[in-house]
Ligand binder design. Structure first.
Ligand SMILES: Cc1ncc(C[n+]2csc(CCOP(=O)(O)OP(=O)(O)O)c2C)c(N)n1
Ligand SMILES: [Mg+2]
Length: 242
């Protein structure tokens, strides 16, 4: 993890340029003053997103189109404030953009748009699409002999969407070892997951790890781990949805 720095007020953060640390993220998020109905959904993903961009993903603003880059798909596209804060912190777009969040003329919409926001790989917000897209990308990269990882972040309730069940089965059947799915589990799904959300993936042949979704070291260890022949699930457990 990066070394801690003193927390910054929103105003101080606004004037700074990258690199930023995790402690700067609340300040960056507070710059996004536009109307947001999914605040808890944003903060639930903050730690996972930071660890991904700080330690795991081989991506950078300087190599947006590099065919060998890792692919990160934020499938749970509602509540993107944490995503935007992390992308700004990592220099994908200017910090100045954050203040316009949700505005009619802002690139930073309530759902991320891949055509408007540098570093955003897929447009999302309609749940249940990112995981199937990630499966297709993982298959495509493998077919091309590209040795990149595909990481997809979904919500526990998002998995209620049937498209995910198919993606889970296909990824297991095709031994997609280049695919990692991270479920941010705040126990908000409609019917709960019998045996825990990971049980369903395990039956389909996935490696399943459960970690504290606020523990950066545990997240990094889990998200770094891949298997030679099967896809990996990381269940990042956070506080119950209030
Ligand atoms: C296809 C689709 N159906 C319904 C919604 C409405 N919706 C927005 S957020 C949400 C709950 C998502 O829960 P979860 O994926 O667990 O994320 P959390 O808010 O708990 O972080 C729903 C159903 C949507 N965005 N897309
Ligand atoms: Mg949830």
């Amino acid at each position: 993890m990066s070394s801690p720095t003193d927390s910054l007020t929103a105003d101080q953060t606004h004037r700074r340029t990258p690199p930023f640390s995790f402690e700067d993220l609340p300040g960056l998020m507070s710059l996004q003053t536009g109307d947001e109905k999914h605040g808890p959904a944003a903060t639930s993903t903050l730690d996972v997103l930071w660890v991904l961009y700080d330690e795991i993903l081989d991506v950078s603003a300087a190599a947006l189109d590099d065919p060998a880059r890792d692919r990160f798909y934020l499938s749970k596209g509602h509540g993107p404030m944490a995503y935007y804060a992390v992308l700004a912190a990592k220099g994908f777009f200017p910090v100045d953009w954050l203040a316009g969040f949700g505005g009619a003329h802002s690139r930073l919409g309530h759902h991320p748009d891949r055509n408007l926001v540098p570093g955003v790989e897929i447009s999302s917000g309609s749940l249940g699409h990112g995981f199937p897209l990630a499966v297709g990308t993982a298959l495509g990269l493998r077919a091309q002999g590209v040795d990149s990882r595909v990481v997809c972040l979904v919500g526990d309730a998002e998995l209620d969407e049937g498209s995910n069940a198919e993606a889970m089965t296909v990824a297991g059947s095709f031994d997609l070892s280049n695919l990692t799915v991270v479920v941010v589990d705040n126990r908000s799904s409609s019917h709960g997951w019998r045996g825990g959300v990971g049980a369903h993936f395990a039956v389909e042949g996935w490696i399943v790890q459960r970690v504290d979704g606020r523990d950066h070291q545990a997240l990094a260890v889990a998200m770094r781990r891949t298997a030679a022949t099967v896809p990996t699930l990381v269940v990042a457990e956070v506080e119950d949805q209030s």
